[in-house]
Structure formats: C-alpha cells, structure tokens
Design a protein around this ligand. Structure first.
Ligand SMILES: *Cc1c(COP(=O)(O)O)cnc(C)c1O
Length: 303
C-alpha cells in the first residue's frame, strides 16, 4: 500500500537534461506526524504497546521535528510523552515546544553537557520515578526499528529508479533506504550538517557492509551548518514552491533539492536517469524560525 504519493516534476531544466525526477511526498503522510519522523515512530509505538507500556521518553533540540511528531502521536494515540530538551528552559516557548506542550508532552530541560552524553542523572534525582515503565527512543528517533520503518519508503515506490536522494540529520532514514535498494540502484544522502565523513560511519552501524558502495554522501550543500540559512537558499525554496507547488523546509529538504538541481545542471547524471527525492517533511521546525528569517531579509536589505 502506498502511504504517500509519488509526484513527477516537470521543468525546462529537467527536460533539457532528460532527467525524470519524482518526489516521494512523505510530507503528506500526516499533518502533524510528518515525513520520516512518522516512518521512524511507527514501529517504536508498536513495540511500546507490545511491551504494555504507555509512556514514551525521547530527546531533541528546541526546534526538533522529532519532538513535535512524538508529542502529536502521543496525543492522537493516547500515550504519555516526555521530551528531554537540550539546553536551558525558555521564558517564552517557541512554536515547536509550545505545540509539544499543548499536546500534553512533559518538557524537561537538560543542560548541554549532560545532554551531550544523554546523562539523565540530574533529572532522575529530581524525579526518581520518571523512567518507570518508560519506553525510550533516542534523539532524532534513531534506532533499529526506525531504520526498519524507513525501508517502507523504498518498498512503496513503484517505478524503477536509478537514484534516490534524501537529506541527512542522523542518517537513519538513509540507512533504511539503502537496506532496501536493488542491486542497480544508488542512494545519495545530502548532509544538513557541516560534518565531513560523519554519515559514512553512522550508516555503517545500520547497513550491511556489502551495501555501502550503493550510497554516497554529499557534504557540499549544508550552507554553513545545521539550521544555517542563507538568502540564496530561501530564494531557491520560494521559487521551488512557485514552480512545482511543493513547499520545502530550508533545514533539510531545501538544501537537498538545491544540491540536486545544481548536480543536474552540472551534468552529474546521465540522460534518461530516473531520480526519486524523498520529501522528509519537517515543515514545522522552520516555521518556528521565522524570526531568524526576518532578520536575514532585513540584514540583506540594509546592506
Ligand atoms: C529529522 C529530519 C531529517 C533527518 O533524518 P535522519 O534520519 O535523522 O537523517 C530529514 N528531513 C527532515 C524534514 C527531518 O525532520
């Protein structure tokens, strides 16, 4: 069963280069539990329920799409959620955390040094029963069940593609995809982080060694680092929406598409290549960053 549609994109560039480009619209999976976060949570929720548990604890930054999706899933399906949030508490919650709280998520802040090693000691000291009957999901929702959930992205694609592209934050989604490729198919991960060589090691944790030559990671389109945004990138995403009617976020999918279009322009792909790009969703996180975007535009105006 296809849970999300495959949409073909048409443009003069794609015709000129004879590239067939499709978007796997996982952003349409669910209005709140969107994209790859839905794929990653699905088997984890089932596992929690199988174990007779009704409380999910997970980790994330203040703009985390995973925190948002977990909170929404908890409210929809009626289980308790706890979000361990990196850093200090905020006087005014940003839209991501305000939404999570409105879903009933219990937000607990953890200073950066403890957060880095996911050391919950200070939290447990204040709340000794917190972890009782608790199902834990790692940051970004990244575990074996999440990798397995992401295999379905490929299983649902009915056309015979040559390449599949996906943005990378932890590499979990990419790992699931690579595990499901046919021998002639290749995956390209676009890094959303400034982190040379990082994902090769990460995906090796989840992917059979034989499959590692089916995947390459492109580190050229992080635009300065995680959640760093430039005007060039925002102009690209707004033009993309006008041309194709598809909204991209500038943190993950926008950077991937920018990179992919540049590679197509530079004849990186042979004519008659079929490419599928996964729209991993994530449109909420950057809505919370409107301040940052407004500042960027005001700064460029006064230059
Ligand atoms: C979380 C997220 C990613 C990163 O996925 P990983 O499996 O951690 O690599 C990509 N795109 C969007 C929209 C996300 O929210």
């Amino acid at each position: 069963m296809n849970l999300s549609p495959l949409q073909k994109l048409d443009s003069p560039l794609l015709s000129a280069k004879k590239i067939d480009l499709y978007i796997k619209r996982d952003d349409l999976l669910h209005p709140l539990v969107s994209g790859n976060k839905w794929r990653k949570l699905k088997h984890n929720i089932a596992a929690m329920q199988d174990q007779g548990l009704q409380k999910m604890l997970t980790f994330g930054g203040a703009f985390s799409n995973h925190i948002y999706a977990t909170a929404a899933a908890g409210q929809l399906l009626g289980f308790e959620t706890i979000g361990i949030i990196r850093g200090e508490s905020y006087d005014v919650l940003n839209p991501t955390l305000a939404f999570a709280k409105s879903c009933g998520m219990h937000l607990i802040y953890l200073d950066r040094s403890h957060y880095q090693t996911k050391n919950l000691a200070p939290i447990i000291k204040a709340n000794p029963t917190l972890l009782d009957n608790c199902y834990m999901v790692p940051e970004g929702g990244s575990n074996q069940l999440a990798v397995d959930g992401c295999k379905n992205i490929v299983r649902e694609i009915e056309i015979d593609f040559d390449y599949i592209t996906v943005p990378c934050g932890t590499g979990t989604t990419l790992a699931g995809i690579v595990n499901e490729l046919k021998p002639h198919q290749k995956a390209i991960g676009f890094s959303a982080l400034k982190a040379e060589d990082y994902f090769e090691k990460e995906i090796a944790k989840w992917v059979d060694e034989k499959r590692l030559n089916h995947v390459s990671i492109n580190y050229n389109y992080h635009f300065g680092g995680y959640a760093k945004i430039t005007k060039t990138l925002l102009d690209f995403t707004s033009n993309f929406e006008i041309e194709f009617g598809v909204k991209l976020d500038p943190i993950y999918t926008g950077k991937m598409m920018y990179g992919l279009f540049e590679l197509i322009e530079q004849n990186h792909f042979e004519p008659n290549t079929n490419i599928v790009s996964v729209h991993t969703g994530g449109l909420q996180g950057w809505m919370g960053m409107q301040d940052k975007i407004n500042k960027l535009y005001n700064a460029t105006k006064s230059e």
